[in-house]
Design a protein. Structure first.
Lengths: 200, 200
DNA sequence: TTGCTATCCGGAGGCACCCTCCGTATATTG
DNA sequence: CAATATACGGAGGGTGCCTCCGGATAGCAA
C-alpha cells in the first residue's frame, strides 16, 4: 500500500503540451462553432495541427473539450450576472441579462448542443464556481422579486436558464432567429411575474 | 419527351416488402425510443431482422424513417386538436392539449430529438395534412383568444409547439421531469394571456 | 554542454456506423 | 410453370471514435 500521497509534481508542464492544449481549444471553438456539437473531433485535431492522440490525451472525451471551450464564456456570463441589480423590477433585470445571454449565444449557435451537454448534472462539478455564481445571482434576483410580490414562487435559476437555452435551441437558425427567441423568452418572463388576482 | 405520365403501377406491392416495412417501423420505435435520435440505423435493421440495404430502400434517410414512425402519433395529436374547443378560456384549452401532448411525449422521450428533426421546415411537406390540422386548430384557438382580448397578439401555433418541445427536450429525464416541464409550460402559457394594463 | 528520463507526440489499428451498389432470390402474373 | 418485375441482403469504401505504444523532445541535473 502506497501512501495515497499528495503528489508533488516533479516538473513543470512541458511547453509544447501547453501550446497544443491552447491550439486545441481554439480549433474546437471554430470547428464546433460551425459544425455543431457532433462535429468530428478528428477535424478539431487536424485544424489544431495536432495528432488525434494528442487531442484525446488532453481531453479524454468530447465533454471535457467542451468544458475547456466554455470555461471562458461562462466566466463572462458569471461576471455579468454578478453585476445584476434588481432595482424595482427584478423580471426586467433578468430580462436584460437573458437578452445579453441570447446575444452571446447567437455568435456561437453551433455550440448550443454542446452547451446542453455542459449543463448536465454530473458535469456541473467542473463548473462549480461559475455555475454557482450565476445561479446565486439569479436566485438572489428571483428571491427578491418573490419577497416584493413581483415574481411568482417556485421558480429556480436553473428553470430560467434551461428555458432560455431550450428556446435558443428549438428555434431553427435563420433570418429571424434572434427576434423569435427573444419574443418567446419575453412571453415566458411575463408569465414569471406574479399574476394579479384575476388568475385562475 | 415522354408523357409526364400518370404512372400506372404495373403490379401490387409485394407482400414481403410490406411486411418488412412494418417490421422496420416497429423496430425503429423500439430502438429510437431507447437510443435516442442518433441510434444506429443498422441496429434498427438488425432488430427488424432485415438487411441494412432493405432499410435504406424503404427509408432513404434517417428522416424518412422518423416520418414513418411519427405519422401515427401525429395523427393522434391532430385528432385531439380537432376536438379542441376554446370555450371561455382559450389558454386553458391550449393548456389541456399541451399537457396531453407532454404526457404522450413522456412515453417516448427517446424520440424527442427525432421530433425536432421532424419539425424541420423542409420536412413539413410530408406531414402536410396532420401538421396543418394541428396548426389550424391551434391558430384558430389563438385567434379567438386574441379577438376576445384574452390572448396576446403575435404568437403562432408554431411558436407554442416549438416552445413545448423545447421544454420537453431541455429538461433532463428523471423523477420530476413531467412535473417540471408542465410547470415551466404553465408559466409560458400565463405569459401568453393578455397582460392587464399594469404592464411595463 | 551533455546525457537522462519523464513527459508528450502522432498515427496506426480495431471497431462501429453510414450509405451505395449490385448479384441473387422470390412473389406475382399470365 | 415460366418469366420478370421487385425486393432482398450484405460486401465495400468512406468516416469517425477511441486506445495504445514506439519514438521524439523538453526539462533537469551534473
Amino acid at each position: 500500500m502506497e501512501r495515497a500521497a499528495v503528489e508533488t509534481p516533479k516538473r513543470k508542464p512541458r511547453a509544447d503540451a501547453l501550446r497544443n492544449r491552447e491550439n486545441l481549444i481554439e480549433a474546437a471553438k471554430e470547428v464546433l462553432g460551425k459544425g455543431g456539437p457532433d462535429a468530428s473531433l478528428e477535424a478539431v485535431a487536424r485544424r489544431a495541427g495536432v495528432g488525434i492522440g494528442t487531442l484525446y490525451r488532453h481531453f479524454p472525451d468530447r465533454e471535457a473539450l467542451f468544458h475547456a471551450v466554455f470555461g471562458r464564456e461562462l466566466t463572462q456570463l458569471a461576471d455579468m450576472a454578478d453585476r445584476l441589480d434588481g432595482g424595482s423590477d427584478e423580471v426586467e433585470a433578468l430580462r436584460v441579462w437573458l437578452h445579453a445571454n441570447v446575444a452571446l449565444v447567437e455568435t456561437k449557435r453551433g455550440m448550443l448542443g454542446a452547451l446542453s451537454i455542459v449543463l448536465t448534472e454530473e458535469s456541473k462539478q467542473s463548473f462549480a464556481e461559475q455555475s454557482s455564481r450565476i445561479a446565486d445571482a439569479l436566485n438572489r434576483l428571483l428571491a427578491s422579486g418573490v419577497a416584493e410580490g413581483r415574481v411568482r414562487e417556485g421558480v429556480s435559476a436553473e428553470d430560467v436558464m434551461q428555458t432560455m437555452y431550450a428556446l435558443c435551441y428549438a428555434r431553427s437558425p435563420g433570418e429571424s432567429w434572434r427576434r423569435d427567441v427573444l419574443r418567446l423568452l419575453d412571453i415566458f418572463l411575463d408569465g414569471l411575474r406574479q399574476r394579479s388576482a384575476t388568475g385562475r
